[in-house]
Design a binder for this molecule. Structure first.
Ligand SMILES: Nc1ccn([C@@H]2O[C@H](COP(=O)(O)OP(=O)(O)OP(=O)(O)O)[C@@H](O)[C@H]2O)c(=O)n1
Ligand SMILES: C[C@](O)(CO)[C@H](O)COP(=O)(O)O
Length: 231
């Protein structure tokens, strides 16, 4: 199974001097941690990394742990980049084949969580890693005060990887674009297309490095010896 890795963002919320995927964490680039983690999974056959057009920082990887690493140019939004990645996959990756999509900004994903996603969501319409909300959820008013406590039951945080069949996901992303909807993840596009992606609970340390503060946590998590239950 191939994995599309959206890595064409600008990392504005980090505010660094370069896109966050090219900032160092624990002695390596953020993107290198993520790609190496993905390449270690036995179920992943290759990586399609989606880069910003004109990206001059990409280290030029063509293989990792014996698996092919290909690249293509992304678009203005993450969903545009994911669609570009799906389009760039070889015709040898059939329309009915499942494809994983995983953020370059999520370097701590656990291999056993990827395995569980593939096992549980592979038989159906696809699915995604996530975790049930464990904190009370507040809706803020215009001046940052708690205006409302939102219901928490059956609310989940969505992570990546998300896994869907190449053709169905491509069509769902195209349809969302035609309807002028900028989807924030693949599952949203699939929901709009009438599918019901399976939610597969994964470890909450599968953080998305989004702000400067996340780098310290990611560095700690990456510095751990692999959890005993991880492949
Ligand atoms: N047009 C875009 C925007 C985002 N991404 C990727 O999607 C993932 C999740 O996006 P996010 O965390 O929002 O990254 P950025 O868009 O870079 O962050 P910011 O919004 O702070 O600029 C990242 O790996 C990012 O590189 C992408 O491939 N193409
Ligand atoms: C895809 C995602 O990581 C799921 O939580 C998230 O939607 C990405 O959001 P971003 O604003 O593009 O980082």
């Amino acid at each position: 199974m191939w994995c599309v890795v959206p890595a064409a963002g600008r990392g504005l919320r980090v505010g660094g001097d370069r896109p966050k995927q090219y900032l160092p964490i624990a002695g390596r680039l953020l993107i290198e941690h993520t790609l190496d983690r993905l390449a270690r999974h036995p179920g992943i056959a290759g990586l399609m990394v989606v880069l910003s057009p004109g990206d001059e920082l990409w280290p030029g990887l063509s293989s990792l742990r014996g698996k092919p690493v290909q690249t293509t140019a992304g678009g203005a939004e993450r969903c545009d980049s994911v669609l570009a990645g799906l389009r760039a996959l070889s015709p040898g990756v059939g329309e009915a084949e499942h494809v994983l999509v995983h953020d370059a900004a999520r370097p701590c994903v656990r291999l056993d969580d990827i395995s569980r996603l593939i096992e549980l969501a592979g038989a159906g319409e696809g699915g995604l890693l996530g975790a049930p909300l464990r904190d009370t959820l507040k809706r803020a008013d215009e001046v940052g005060r708690s205006a409302l406590t939102e219901p928490r039951d059956r609310r989940w945080r969505a992570f990546t990887p998300q896994m869907f069949r190449r053709g169905a996901l491509s069509e769902a992303l195209r349809e969302a674009s035609r309807r002028g909807v900028t989807v924030s993840d693949e599952a949203m596009a699939m929901e709009l297309a009438g599918h019901a992606p399976l939610l597969v609970e994964g470890a909450e340390d599968n953080i998305k490095v989004t702000t400067a503060a996340d780098f310290a946590l990611a560095e700690f998590l990456l510095g751990r010896t692999a959890p005993a239950d991880e492949e």
